[in-house]
Design a protein around this ligand. Structure first.
Ligand code: UDP
Length: 453
């Protein structure tokens, strides 16, 4: 029988942007001596492209083992709660019977019923937020009624954050009423039982969000544990860690890396909008032209579901200048010396990855928390430029061109390069032995072990 002092069960919401940080966090826990089991849905498990042998992966059901396409968000979430609670309980009891009892469930804040399962089985519970501390604080303010919706002012002031315009707020807040199911999830469900969790983890690092972290830590025992990325990207190599993750899409690793190896240092624009964003067709066209008329090479991730929005013959006509792939190993790409800047939707993982690897960003937020991340990238962390939209919400090709040249050729690029080194160093410090995130992880495991089974 395996012996271990602590066993954490990790329960991520089954999308790429939640699996990645929670898997990387699992590796940190495992490295610190805990046994870790990651629970994913039957459907996702079947479709995952890579399953890391390092972490043990078990399955539960969300009630849609053949996929949940076209299912309304609220229906999906209710079904997941119902079937997920039962199958998770069954899994934990099975692990106990196998002599591998679970001590703590670390559940995604999007799956707040993870706490109820933990408590019903007499286990400890930790909630994991995959978004920034800033965004969590905004949702917390809305939840507590400290920020009233619909917004009455054009500018809002939230402690620990710069003054924010309505357009800087997460779309579920700025477009109050447009996404009721997701609003219910991110504001009410995420926040309602947060105080009952034994630990609250944020995927960020203290120095990145110092003021807002301090403010939140006064009202809730929040702990930063990020950046949750593989150790080698922070100039380390923790035993057993590797760059691989659990990919929902198949990364075109060899093609991308071989192509990047042929390009000069800092010469390539990397363009990616994450795993979910559906970019407006007109926006795709403007982006395509902006890239094509720039004087730089580009590597553009266009997911299969988005390829029909590319201008006709674009891929063939630009093949000497650009490479279009359906998915790539993003961290490996961002860490490659040929990358000069990153045109990003500012999903929190992409933002944190670029900050931790020191890559300047052109921010083109699409929805959810991305506008807030973009605002902070530009005005607080000074790691990029937010591309301005026209009256129809489209970033035109000339604006894209200007942003690229400002970052790749202008004085802005030089200023950002200096900041890039600072953030990269601070991310590594937080992660290193004795750093703020490292200490928070160690403290969590020590307290859990101390309080016994
Ligand atoms: N990603 C990747 N390959 C790609 C595009 C994205 O591995 O071609 C990863 C990226 O590194 C990040 C995640 O997918 O960890 C996307 O998360 P993010 O929060 O940035 O955006 P979301 O997909 O949630 O909108």
């Amino acid at each position: 029988m395996e012996t271990f002092e602590a066993h954490c069960l990790i329960l991520p919401y089954p999308v790429q942007g939640h699996i990645n940080p929670m898997l990387q966090f699992s590796k940190r826990l495992q490295h610190q001596g805990s046994k870790v089991t990651l629970a994913t849905t039957n459907y996702l498990f079947k479709t995952l492209q890579e399953v890391s042998g390092f972490i043990s992966v078990e399955t539960i059901s969300d009630g849609y083992d053949e996929g949940a396409n076209e299912i309304a968000e609220e229906t999906y979430l209710a079904m997941f709660q119902k079937v997920g609670s039962k199958t998770l309980t069954k899994l934990i009891l099975k692990l106990k019977d196998l002599g591998c009892p679970v001590d703590c469930i670390i559940y995604d804040a999007f799956l707040p019923w993870g706490l109820d399962v933990a408590k019903s089985l007499g286990l400890r519970a930790a909630v994991f937020f995959t978004q920034s501390c800033a965004v969590n604080n905004i949702y917390y303010h809305v939840y507590k009624g400290l920020l009233k919706l619909p917004l009455e002012e054009t500018k809002v002031q939230i402690p620990g954050l710069p003054p924010l315009l309505s357009s800087d707020l997460p779309s579920f807040v700025s477009s109050y009423g447009s996404y009721p199911a997701i609003f219910q999830l991110v504001v009410n469900d995420q926040m309602k039982n947060i105080g009952a969790a034994d630990w609250i983890f944020f995927n960020t690092f203290y120095m990145l969000e110092e003021q807002v972290n301090d403010w939140m830590a006064n009202v809730l025992p929040v702990k930063s544990i990020g950046p949750a990325i593989p150790s080698m990207y922070l100039d380390k190599r923790l035993e057993g860690d590797n760059q691989y993750g659990l990919n929902v899409f198949k990364p075109m690793t060899d093609t991308c890396m071989a192509w990047l190896n042929e390009r000069p240092k800092s010469s390539v624009i990397y363009v990616a909008f994450g795993s979910l964003a559906a970019v407006d067709a007109k926006q795709m066209e403007e982006l395509a032209w902006g890239l094509r008329t720039s004087n730089h090479h580009f590597l553009w991730v266009v997911r299969e579901s988005e390829t029909n929005k590319l201008p006709e013959d674009f891929t063939e006509e630009t093949s000497d200048k650009g490479l279009i792939v359906s998915w790539c190993p993003q961290l490996e790409v961002l860490a490659h010396k040929s990358i000069g800047c990153f045109i990003t939707h500012c999903g929190w993982n992409s933002t944190l990855e670029a900050l931790s690897l020191g890559v300047p960003m052109v921010a083109m937020p699409q929805w959810t928390d991305q506008s807030t991340n973009a605002k902070l990238v530009m005005d607080i962390w000074k790691m990029g430029i937010k591309a301005q939209q026209d009256a129809n919400g489209i970033v035109r090709r000339d604006v894209i061109g200007q942003c690229i040249s400002e970052l790749m050729e202008g004085a802005k690029g030089q200023e950002i390069s200096r900041n890039a080194k600072k953030w990269k160093d601070l991310a590594r410090e937080a992660f290193d032995e004795g750093g703020s995130s490292d200490e928070n992880i160690k403290d969590f495991l020590a307290k859990m072990i101390e309080s016994g089974r």
